[in-house]
Design a protein around this ligand. Structure first.
Ligand code: SF4
Length: 452
């Protein structure tokens, strides 16, 4: 179920004859990270070419439009907007004139000091063209008194707080940066002699690029014709987003050094150890509950089966026919398979509970399909806090676990039993202490100052 929205995916490529085509493929693979807008900018004979649009990558680009985006360097972006209006000027890459030339920027993440910085910059005379946090980078670069462009960029980064996986394109090359906590993923690959950067490695797989490594926390890469240079502008304080593993990233991607599918399966295994139950069948809530359900089944020995089917063709445009059946609710997306469910004690595995309304409907649907018992197991801890680092979570008040304990939630959703994986179990599955994570939406420990 689409419970949370990822805010963006970024892609960049330098020194490839079909740069814009590669950006298209990259964005196509990253579409799950944002569906409300997309754009590709390319660099051709020192000129910037750009096409942006609202909606999906496949609906905005075709052979003809990609043909026009000539050049051997390109960056792209897919976007999900949160507070801003769904306006084309907020769709990235953002572009600005700069010292007789230009710069184009793709950013994933939210800046936690954006409001303060924006106010300050506006008071100093900056004119913003969009509502996006990302434009702040451009104004900070423009006002820097440093000599070289690279120094201006580094100085801009020193003023911002929060999450950024960032790709900036100018005539001289790509500058790529990840915030000191490394909230959002960002990886580097090679495709022939070209360097490729993307939010997730699934983008590399589609075009046959070879993964090299992740951009490190607080690292800046300077990619030019002469090659690649790495420098550190800020001290690393790793706090990778653990929810990327639970829900957001594609299972075939490897992020923060591990394959997402493998981590999700491990979350399910640990869930089975922490919260066993006598049951006849393990059923995932598709699609995001699938790997954890496989892990739960393998560890518990309870057979796995697809007792719920997802309709993959439901978009945001479904309109309930007014005159006939009303209140389709969750049935539009999910339906129970009666032959799997009838007469069984069912364990359903889901990745999280937001408001509880969807879980309640799923449980009702399973009971209507003849389930004898329904036990819900969640492969993450209770979501009690909102995210300020680039994930569109509901407000705290809307998160059922912020105001209800597990037993109260169980009663509300009408499950026979309910249990969540512990935070420690999540951390272990994600290989703590080898890696340190942001877990703020589960425990309220925000790694940076936030104004909530
Ligand atoms: Fe990820 Fe939650 Fe931290 Fe946001 S608050 S970065 S979703 S772990």
């Amino acid at each position: 179920m689409d419970k949370f929205k990822e805010e963006c995916g970024v892609f960049g490529i330098w020194n490839h004859l079909e740069a814009a085509n590669m950006s298209y493929l990259g964005l196509y693979a990253l579409q799950h990270r944002g569906q409300e807008g997309c754009g590709i900018a390319s660099l051709y004979n020192g000129e910037l070419l750009i096409k942006k649009g609202l909606g999906l990558v496949a609906d905005n680009f075709n052979e003809e439009s990609l043909e026009k985006l000539k050049g051997s360097a390109s960056i792209g972006h897919v976007r999900y907007s949160t507070t801003q209006a769904h306006d084309l000027c907020d769709v990235q890459p953002l572009v600005a004139s700069f010292q007789g030339s230009f710069l184009a920027l793709s950013h994933n993440g939210n800046l936690t000091n954006a409001a303060t910085l924006r106010k300050k910059l506006e008071a100093e005379g900056a004119l913003f063209q969009s509502q996006s946090d990302s434009e702040i980078f451009i104004h900070l670069i423009a006002k820097s008194k440093k000599e070289s462009f690279r120094e201006k960029f580094a100085e801009a980064l020193s003023h911002v707080e929060g999450a950024y996986s960032l790709i900036l394109m100018t005539k001289r090359g790509l500058l790529v940066a990840r915030d000191p906590q490394g909230f959002r993923p960002l990886s580097l690959a090679k495709l022939g002699s070209a360097y490729v950067v993307a939010s997730e490695t699934c983008a590399f797989d589609l075009m046959g690029a070879t993964y090299i490594r992740d951009i490190e926390e607080g690292e800046v890469l300077d990619i030019q014709d002469g090659g690649l240079q790495s420098f550190r502008s800020l001290k690393a304080q790793p706090r990778n987003c653990i929810f990327e593993y639970v829900y957001f990233a594609r299972p075939d991607s490897s992020i923060f050094g591990q394959n997402v599918y493998a981590v999700r399966k491990e979350l399910g295994r640990r869930l089975a150890i922490e919260h066993p139950v006598e049951a006849d069948v393990v059923v995932p809530v598709p699609d995001s509950g699938v790997p954890a359900a496989i892990g739960y089944s393998q560890t518990s020995g309870i057979p796995y089966d697809m007792g719920i089917i997802r309709n993959h063709y439901v978009g945001r445009t479904f309109i309930e026919p007014k005159q006939s059946i009303r209140h389709f609710g969750v049935k539009v997306k999910l339906n129970a398979v009666e032959s799997v469910i009838r007469g069984k004690r069912v364990v359903i595995i889901d990745d999280s509970i937001v408001r509880g309304t969807t879980s309640q409907k799923i449980i009702k649907m399973l009971r209507n399909a003849g389930a004898q018992e329904v036990h819900l197991r969640i492969s993450s801890s209770p979501t009690t806090h909102s995210c300020f680092y680039g994930i569109d979570t509901p407000t705290r008040q809307e998160l059922i676990a912020s105001s209800h304990n597990v037993e109260e939630i169980r009663k509300y959703i009408t499950a026979d039993s309910l249990a969540y994986l512990s935070l420690e179990g999540m951390r272990r599955a994600a290989q703590y202490p080898k890696k340190t994570f942001c877990t703020a939406c589960f425990d309220g420990n925000y790694p940076t100052q936030v104004s909530n």
